[in-house]
Design a protein around this ligand. Structure first.
Ligand code: ADP
Ligand code: TRP
Length: 359
C-alpha cells in the first residue's frame, strides 16, 4: 500500500510548485513537480580530459535541455576517473576543469543538482552492497571492459567492476531516466539487472532506471571516422584555441577525390560533424555543395571550423568568467553536494536497514 502526501511551496522563480512525497511502506521518494512533469534524470561525466563534441552532443546537451522541465541530477564521476587517471594532482585539476566546462556549457545549479561524485561517499557504500548482487558473468560481458582488454590496455579490478559503481551512482538517486550515448546503454542495462536481483531479495527498494539516447546524435564520429573518444585520440575539443581546433579539423580523414568531382556526404566525417551544428536549411545548402563538386574537402573543413567556432561562442565567454572565478565554481559544487546528499540519504538508510547493516 502506498500513500500520497502533497505539499505546495513557492519556488525561487516565484511560481507555486507542488512537492510530493510518495510513501511506499516506510520509504519516501521525493519528486518535485515542474510543468506537469515528474521525470528525474541523472547523468555523470568523467573528468578524464578536455570535453569534446561527442560528449556535448551525446550527453551534455540533452541534460541542459532536460533541466528546463525535469528534475535533473548531474555529477562529475571522479571515482570513475580513477580507473584511468593515476596522478592525484591531475585528477583534482581535471575535476575543477570539468565542473567549469559543465557550468559554461549550460548546467544551471539553480535548476540541476550538480556535484562531484566523491562528495557523496554513500555511493561507495551502495557499490559494495550491490557487488553481492552482481554475477561475474554480467561484468565479463561488459563491452567497456572487453574492448579495453582487446586493445591491450592493462586491466585492473576497478575497470572490471566499474559498471557496479555506475549502478550505485544511478540507483542511489532513483532516477526515471539516464540520458546516455549509445556506448553507455549496456551499463544502464547492467544497473537494471543488478537492481532487479537486489529487489528479488529485499523487495521493491530500488527504482529500475530507463536510458534515453538521442538517436540522430547517437554516435559522433572522430577525426578518423571511429567513434569520437579520448581513448582513441580522435577528438575535436569544445574549448580548444581557434588555431589548434582548425589544425585538428584539417586532420579529419576524408575520401580521396578530385576537387571537381561531386562528393558523397552521407559517409563523410566532415559532413557528419558539421550536421551537428547546422539547421535544416544550412544542412541542405551543405549537401548541395557536396553534390555539385568544384570544392574540395578542405573547403568543407574550413566551413566546419567556422560553424563550430560560432556555435560555442557564448559558451567560451562563460568559461572565461568561471575560469577567473574558481571559488564560485567550488561554492556551487559544495551546495550541489549538500542537495545530492539530502536526496541520497533516504535510500541509503533504507538499504542499511533491509540488508541488516543496521543492527
Ligand atoms: P570518451 O570516450 O571520450 O572517454 P566519455 O566516455 O567520458 O568519453 O563519455 C562521456 C559521455 O559522452 C557519455 O555519456 C558518452 O556516451 C558520451 N559520448 C562520448 N563520446 C561520444 C560520441 N562519440 N558520440 C556520442 N556520445 C558520446
Ligand atoms: N560511465 C559514464 C561514462 O563514461 C560516466 C558515468 C558514471 C555515468 N556514472 C554514471 C553516466 C551514471 C550516467 C549515469 O560516460
Amino acid at each position: 500500500m502506498s500513500t500520497l502526501h502533497a505539499l505546495y511551496f513557492w519556488g525561487d522563480d516565484n511560481k507555486i510548485k507542488l512537492k510530493m512525497s510518495f510513501m511506499q511502506g516506510d520509504f519516501a521518494i521525493m519528486h518535485t513537480k515542474k510543468s506537469g512533469n515528474f521525470m528525474r534524470l541523472l547523468t555523470g561525466i568523467q573528468p578524464s580530459g578536455d570535453l569534446h563534441i561527442g560528449n556535448y552532443f551525446g550527453s551534455i546537451k540533452q541534460m541542459v535541455e532536460a533541466q528546463k522541465s525535469n528534475e535533473t541530477f548531474a555529477f562529475i564521476a571522479n571515482y570513475h576517473a580513477q580507473t584511468s587517471v593515476n596522478d592525484g594532482q591531475r585528477l583534482s585539476q581535471l575535476t575543477m576543469q570539468t565542473a567549469t566546462d559543465f557550468l559554461s556549457l549550460g548546467i544551471d545549479p539553480n535548476k540541476s543538482t550538480f556535484w562531484v561524485q566523491s562528495d557523496v561517499k554513500e555511493v561507495l557504500e551502495l557499490y559494495w552492497v550491490l557487488s553481492s548482487f552482481t554475477p561475474m558473468g554480467l561484468l565479463e560481458r561488459a563491452h567497456s571492459y572487453k574492448d579495453k582488454t582487446a586493445r591491450g590496455f592493462a586491466t585492473n579490478h576497478s575497470l572490471f567492476s566499474y559498471p557496479v559503481l555506475m549502478a550505485a551512482d544511478i540507483l542511489l538517486f532513483s532516477p526515471d531516466i539516464v540520458p546516455v550515448g549509445k556506448d553507455q546503454i549496456q551499463h544502464v542495462e547492467i544497473a537494471r539487472d543488478i537492481a532487479i536481483k537486489f529487489n528479488n531479495q529485499y523487495g521493491d527498494v530500488l527504482k529500475i532506471p530507463e536510458f534515453k539516447v538521442e538517436e540522430h546524435v547517437a554516435t559522433v564520429p572522430g577525426t578518423d571516422g571511429q567513434k569520437m573518444s579520448k581513448s582513441y585520440g580522435n577528438t575535436v575539443n569544445i574549448f580548444g584555441e581557434e588555431k589548434a581546433q582548425l589544425k585538428t579539423i584539417k586532420k579529419i580523414v576524408t575520401e580521396n577525390v578530385s576537387m571537381e568531382e561531386p562528393k558523397e556526404f552521407l559517409n563523410c566525417n566532415v559532413y557528419n560533424m558539421a550536421k551537428l551544428f547546422l539547421n535544416e536549411n544550412k544542412l541542405r545548402e551543405l549537401q548541395e555543395r557536396y553534390k555539385k563538386g568544384g570544392e574540395g574537402h578542405g573547403h568543407f573543413k574550413l566551413y566546419l571550423a567556422d560553424v563550430m567556432w560560432e556555435y560555442f561562442g557564448d559558451f567560451r565567454e562563460k568559461r572565461a568568467y568561471f575560469g577567473a572565478n574558481q571559488n564560485e565554481v567550488r561554492e556551487i559544487l559544495r551546495m550541489g553536494s549538500v542537495k545530492a546528499k539530502e536526496a541520497a540519504m533516504p535510500m541509503i538508510e533504507k538499504i542499511r536497514r533491509v540488508t541488516g547493516i543496521n543492527y
